[in-house]
Design a protein around this ligand. Structure first.
Ligand code: FES
Ligand code: MG
Length: 568
C-alpha cells in the first residue's frame, strides 16, 4: 500500500517542491522523503502544563525509536491543558484541544502518530482527535510523579484535600502549606495517585492503545524513556501493518477498560472521557454499561484516593499487567492491542510482587469497586458516585438539602457561622455542569462548612452537576444529568427538601411530588451565562450532557484521514 505521506513528499513538479523544500530547512537529507513511514509525535509539552514539562525529552526518546526502525519522526505541538493552571477549568477546553489534534493529524504528511499524553485532559483530547482521523495511533503517557515526602510520611495529590481542611481549621499554618506543596510535586510527571491522569494512562493501556506498563512506570524512571523508544519503533511497524484505532477500539476493548478501571478504583472522570472516545469511534456505550460491568469486579488496587499507596508502588508491585492478569476470568483477553499481541498474551508473564498493593480476586482490597450509576427523579439521565472513595455509613442516607445556586453562592456562604447546616444535611451545588459553569469543573467534592469541620466531621453527602478531581474522595454524587442550567430537576431543589441517597439501590430521590416540581419548573429561568461569542459561546451551544460524554454534538464520529485538495 502506498504511504499516505507520499501524497505530500512523493510528488513531482511544483507540489513536491512545496511539500519538501521548506521541510529541508531543518536539515533533513532528501532520502528521508523517499518513502519512509512518517511518524508524527503529537506533543503536549508546555511549561504551563507542569505534568507534561518533561515531554521534550520523552519526544527525543520516541524519535530515537522511530529512526532506529527506519521511520522519519516529525514532532508537532498541540494545545496543552494544565489541570492545575488553566481557568476556569481544563475540561472547558478538552473538545477544543481534540479539534486541534484531529486537524493537525489529518492536514499533515503523517502515516502514524504517537500521542504524548500526561495531565488529565491531555489524554482524552488527543485520543478523541486521533480516533476521528483513524491513522495508526499509539499512546505514550508521561508517567506518574514519585510520591512526595512531608513531615516523615508519603504524600500525593489526595493529601491536598486533607491539608486544605487542616488549614481551614487552623491545624496547619501557611508556612507548613508552602513546605507541603514543595514536597508533594517533587519530580517530573503527573499526579502520583490514581487520579485522572493515571486513570487515563491505564485506560489507554487497557483499551490496547499503549504498550504494556505504559500506565505505571514513573516519569522519573529511565524505563519511561525505554517505553517511549519502543513505542517509536512500534509506530513504524504499525504503518506497515495498517493497524488503526478502529481495529483496536472494539466494544470488547471498551468493556475491558471499564472493568480494569473498576479494579483500579480509577477516577469518575473516566466515564465522561471514555463515553466521548466511544462516540468518536461509533461504539454505543451507556452509563448502565459502567455499572453493569464494574458491579462484578472487586477493588484490587490499594491506591489513593481509595486506599493508601501510590502509582509508583503499583509499578513496583507488577503494574497494570498484573492487574489485567488477575482479572483474566472477567476480561475479553483475545482483543488485539497496539503491539500486535492480544491483551491476554501481553500479560501472561505478569506477576504480583506485593499483595498489599495488588490484591487478588479471591481476597480483594474492597468488595465494592468501580462507579455506581444512580437514577431517580433528581437525575433522570443518571449521576455517578465512587463507592470505594465514599463513607460506607453515608451510602444510605436521607437528609435535608442545603442548596447553593452556583459556585459564587457556595463560596460566599459555606463558612458563614449562621448557615443552617449540620452533618446530616445534604449539600447541593447547582450550575456547575457542562453549560452552567461552563465547562463542568472539578468542584463536586466541595469542602464542608467550617462549622461542620470544627466538629471533627470529614464527610457529608454532596450532590452537584459538576465533576470531582480523580484525586478527590467522599460521599459525593457527581455528573447529575440533566444539569441545572438546562432545567433539570436539580435546578428545582430548595433548602429543606429531603433527599435520599441509596447506593445499593442505585437511587437518588428528591422527596418532592411531581406536581410540586412541575409548579417550580414554571418559575425556572435559564441562567444568564453571558458568553455568546468565541469558543465558549460555541461550547455552550454544542456541548452534550455529562451522560453523553460532554463532547460537542458535531464532533461525534470521524472524518477519516483523506484530504482531497492540495495547499497550493
Ligand atoms: Fe496534572 Fe494532576 S494536575 S495530573
Ligand atoms: Mg483533575
Amino acid at each position: 500500500m502506498p504511504l499516505r505521506s507520499q501524497e505530500w513528499f512523493g510528488r513531482t513538479g511544483k507540489d513536491g517542491f512545496i511539500y519538501r523544500a521548506w521541510m529541508k530547512n531543518q536539515g533533513f537529507p532528501h532520502h528521508e522523503f523517499e518513502g519512509k513511514p512518517v511518524i508524527g509525535i503529537c506533543n503536549t509539552w508546555s511549561e504551563l502544563t507542569p505534568c507534561n514539562a518533561h515531554f521534550r525529552d520523552l519526544a527525543e526518546a520516541v524519535k530515537r525509536g522511530v529512526w532506529e526502525a527506519g521511520g522519519f519522526p516529525l514532532e508537532f505541538p498541540v494545545m496543552s491543558l494544565g489541570e492545575c493552571q488553566i481557568k476556569p477549568t481544563a475540561m472547558l477546553f478538552r473538545n477544543l484541544a481534540s479539534m486541534d489534534v484531529e486537524e493537525s493529524i489529518r492536514g499533515n504528511s503523517l502515516d502514524a502518530v504517537v500521542l504524548l499524553c500526561g495531565c488529565d485532559k491531555t489524554t482524552p483530547s488527543l485520543v478523541m482527535g486521533a480516533c476521528s482521523v483513524n491513522l495508526p495511533t499509539l499512546v505514550v503517557s508521561g508517567g506518574p510523579m514519585l510520591a512526595g515526602r512531608f513531615q516523615g510520611r508519603k504524600i500525593g495529590t489526595s493529601d491536598l484535600w486533607r491539608f486544605a481542611e487542616d488549614y481551614k481549621t487552623g491545624k496547619m499554618t501557611q508556612a507548613e502549606f508552602v513546605a507541603a506543596e514543595a514536597s508533594m510535586a517533587r519530580s517530573q510527571g503527573h499526579c502520583a495517585v490514581m487520579g485522572t491522569a493515571s486513570t487515563m494512562a491505564a485506560m489507554a493501556e487497557s483499551l490496547g492503545l499503549a504498550l504494556p506498563d505504559n500506565a505505571t512506570i514513573p516519569a522519573a524512571d529511565s524505563r519511561r524513556k525505554v517505553l517511549a523508544h519502543m513505542a517509536g519503533m512500534r509506530a513504524v511497524e504499525l504503518v506497515k501493518e495498517d493497524l488503526k484505532p478502529s481495529d483496536i477500539l472494539t466494544r470488547q476493548a471498551f468493556e475491558n477498560a471499564i472493568m480494569v478501571n473498576a479494579a483500579l478504583g480509577g477516577s469518575t472522570n473516566f466515564i465522561i472521557h471514555l463515553m466521548a472516545i466511544a462516540g468518536r469511534v461509533g461504539v454505543d456505550l451507556s452509563l448502565d454499561d459502567f455499572d453493569r460491568l464494574s458491579a462484578k469486579i472487586p477493588l484490587l488496587a490499594n491506591l489513593q484516593p481509595s486506599g493508601e499507596h501510590f502509582v509508583e508502588d503499583l509499578f513496583y508491585a507488577g503494574g497494570l499487567p498484573a492487574i489485567i492478569r488477575e482479572l483474566r476470568g472477567f476480561l475479553h483477553n483475545n482483543v488485539m492491542t497496539v503491539n500486535g499481541r492480544s491483551l491476554g498474551d501481553n500479560c501472561t508473564g505478569a506477576q504480583c510482587f506485593d499483595p498489599a498493593v495488588i490484591a487478588s480476586v479471591d481476597k480483594p482490597f474492597k468488595p465494592e469497586s468501580g462507579i455506581a450509576v444512580l437514577k431517580g427523579n433528581l437525575c433522570p439521565n443518571g449521576a455517578v458516585l465512587k463507592p470505594s472513595a465514599a463513607t460506607p455509613e453515608l451510602m444510605k442516607h436521607t437528609g435535608r438539602a442545603v442548596v447553593f445556586e452556583n459556585i459564587d453562592d457556595y463560596k460566599a456562604r459555606i463558612d458563614d457561622p449562621n448557615l443552617d447546616v449540620d452533618p446530616s444535611c445534604v449539600l447541593v451545588l447547582k450550575n456547575v455542569g457542562p453549560k452552567g459553569y461552563p465547562g463542568m469543573p472539578e468542584v463536586g467534592n466541595m469542602q464542608l462548612p467550617a462549622k461542620v469541620l470544627a466538629q471533627g466531621v470529614h464527610d457529608m453527602v454532596r450532590i452537584s452537576d459538576g465533576r470531582m478531581s480523580g484525586t478527590g474522595f467522599g460521599t459525593v454524587v457527581l455528573h447529575v444529568s440533566p444539569e441545572a442550567a438546562v432545567g433539570g430537576n436539580l435546578a428545582l431543589v430548595q433548602d429543606g427538601d429531603l433527599i435520599t441517597l441509596d447506593v445499593e439501590q442505585r437511587l437518588l430521590h428528591l422527596h418532592v411530588s411531581d406536581e410540586e416540581l412541575a409548579g417550580r419548573l414554571v418559575q425556572f429561568k435559564v441562567p444568564e451565562l453571558g458568553y455568546d461569542r468565541g469558543y465558549v459561546g460555541l461550547y455552550i451551544r454544542h456541548v452534550t450532557q455529562a451522560h453523553e460524554g460532554a463532547d460537542f454534538d458535531f464532533l461525534r464520529g470521524g472524518s477519516g484521514s483523506v484530504v482531497k485538495r492540495d495547499s497550493h
